[in-house]
Ligand binder design. Structure first.
Ligand SMILES: Cc1ncc(COP(=O)(O)O)c(C=O)c1O
Length: 323
């Protein structure tokens, strides 16, 4: 694995003001932390929170002398695409254990992964459920060779460590610092890392991309394990009503919103994570959730590679130019 330093010696991702009338009319300052602009390698896959979650893991894999990464994901997984892109970029073998059957032609995520050299291994849902079992992980390594194992979604302590840099960068970019952070939540790793990295009394609001209330527990678990910058955990909460029907489900209002943000401000949001987060955030703003004068940072966690797959699946519903 060569040139990994590119992942560490990058400039802070840009911070942009988002002058939406909902916020300015209420005396709020809204910013977007553009982690989507942290990009490396093919296909816009190694970007956003994937960059942050993978950087220390790739370093650890290299330090441990691994030449192969093995990970897990669904057929549209941003994480699978990111690991594949990292493999191509840093010249390391990658194996993706994919839930479900191979479909002819593959979708854009898996086409990208395969074009990056990732070996795709399709397993039944019942086998996929064994992804946390030592015996199964051992068997996979017997079949495909010794590998550095990355969990589904890439969440582990090293991933949290990468995400701890988000508030560290923001601290240097914004004076006074923000009162609130908002971000999308899938496994909870990015949010837990951000919370652990906070050194000031900001509140963190996660917007769940999934239906259900279980993410509070997940985030709490990861926050409890993370090395914290401070003695006290800052206040955080999860908004669980902006999933638009569940993971990867959508409704016209969401797509209209994404299209509108793109046309007005030139920011491309994805329909699975970041679109739902910003939609939810602006809804809370309209409901006067935030005190006047608050400074809010919304973290754009990327997910751009997923738009092609979404469009292919649903007949080109989003007209966004990805550059
Ligand atoms: C674009 C994007 N944003 C946010 C998330 C949520 O991150 P986490 O799984 O760390 O909660 C993910 C992945 O899960 C993602 O791909």
């Amino acid at each position: 694995m060569s040139q990994l330093d590119k992942l560490f010696q990058h400039a802070p991702s840009p911070m942009e003001r988002l002058p939406v009338p909902e916020a300015t009319d209420r005396g709020l300052s809204l910013f977007v932390k553009r982690d989507d602009l942290l990009r490396l390698g093919p296909g816009l896959a190694l970007c956003g929170n994937k960059w942050r979650k993978l950087q220390y893991n790739l370093q650890a894999a290299k330090d441990q002398g691994h030449t192969r990464l093995l990970t897990f994901g669904g057929a549209y997984s941003n994480h699978i695409a990111a690991v594949a892109a990292a493999g191509a970029q840093f010249d390391v073998e990658t194996i993706g254990i994919i839930r479900g059957e191979r479909v002819p032609g593959l979708n854009p995520t898996l086409r990208l992964a395969e074009s990056c050299g990732m070996q795709l291994v399709f397993v039944s849902r019942s086998d996929y459920r064994k992804r946390h079992e030592d015996g199964y992980l051992h068997k996979l390594q017997q079949s495909y060779g010794p590998a550095y194992l990355l969990p589904e979604g890439g969440t582990n302590l090293l991933a949290l460590r990468g995400c701890m840099a988000i508030p560290r960068e923001v601290r240097l970019q914004l004076t006074p610092p923000p009162d609130y952070y908002a971000l999308s939540v899938g496994t909870g790793g990015t949010m837990a890392g951000l919370i652990a990295g906070l050194d000031e009394p900001a509140r963190v609001i996660g917007f769940s991309a999934l239906k259900g209330d279980f993410l509070e527990e997940e985030v709490a678990k990861w926050v409890g394990r993370a090395p914290a910058n401070r003695n006290q955990t800052p206040p955080w909460s999860i908004q669980s009503h902006y999933h638009f029907g569940g993971y990867a489900k959508h409704q016209p209002a969401l797509l209209h919103f994404i299209q509108n943000i793109y046309q007005q401000y030139g920011i491309v949001l994805d329909p699975i994570y970041t679109g739902k987060m910003l939609y939810g955030l602006l809804d809370l703003i309209r409901k006067d959730y935030f005190p006047r004068g608050s400074r809010i940072v919304a973290v754009h966690t990327g997910g751009l590679q997923g738009i092609a797959g979404f469009n292919e699946r649903f007949g080109g519903l989003l007209d966004l130019e990805l550059v």
